[in-house]
Ligand binder design. Sequence first.
Ligand code: PMP
Length: 357
Amino acid sequence: MTVRTRPDLSGIAPYVPGRSFPGAIKLASNETTAGPLPSVMNAIAEAAAGTNRYPDNGSVAVREALAAKLGVSVDRIATGCGSVGLCLELVQATAGPGDEVLYAWRSFEAYPVVTKVAGATPVEVPLTPDHAHDLDAMLAAITDRTRLIFVCNPNNPTGTLVATEALERFLDAVPAHILVVLDEAYFEYMRPGDAGDTAPDGVALAEGRPNVVVLRTFSKAYGLAGLRIGYAIADPEIIAALFKVHLPLSVNSVAQAAAVASLAAEAELLARTDAVVAERIRVRDALIAAGYEVPPSAANFVWLPLGAHAAAFGEASATAGVLIRPYGVDGARVTIGDPDENDAFLAFATGAGLPIW
Ligand code: PMP
């Protein structure tokens, strides 16, 4: 007799992370190329010596450091096993079978996964022809079953940004019982002007809007992707609900120590994002000059809307030693690495015979 798993699992495609192989230049997962700072390495080593003990389930030291940085109280912050862990917990806290979770598509690959894992129904609203969120269409897609809306800002994989005023109008139009999750995994790469105004700041937008949650992560600009720690900023009632659905002890002690040390060295870490932004502009300009369409990006990657050519482009790039991320028949996402890595990608993408479309 075989074990009976939930019948609805047959409708879930497991999350497939970016692949890698030894010697490859990996521009597939929006990581930082640089490793942890020496001070963070020391904190990691020190915490590693204590891993016979369970971690602090309340992540108090991390939450206190974040509260001080963001100017909010500690009861407004939760940590998770990566911000993807918090995506799942937020859906679990608000939605179940029969409920709907709304998000733009294409967007972060984990949204459909966490929605279906919670037993809820995904409702996907196509991006505009400019590869950006269609907020009016998203408002029109709200039903009496909608429980949660993800807005990925800037959007993964297209890099596009919703400007502050448009976001404000959207948040004011969403009924107050629906949770809106502003996923700002790439917040640190936004620059004034990226959305034609000041860079939108979810934490400011969440003030006075108790149905708005902001998600950020230590995986990208802080360079701790391998340790798995992200955080949510929300109304204390939402945070309390997150603690109920939280997988106990899933934010490990090494990650917590590294996060605290990273916040202590924040200025140095954030200075690194300036180099990434400069490279983002250089790579985009070079690709446009070579004939590609590349929407403006506010993140640490660029999007090539190659349509049906995406898979072949991804394969050819891998053969050239540069791993990027093709997405179905939509396009390919290329992470901004250090200048040498970016040059290797540009040599492929602008080399003889390309672009062929
Ligand atoms: N949100 C978005 C938009 C992402 O792109 C990612 C990572 N690819 C995450 C959340 C999750 O990041 P992590 O779990 O490493 O914090």
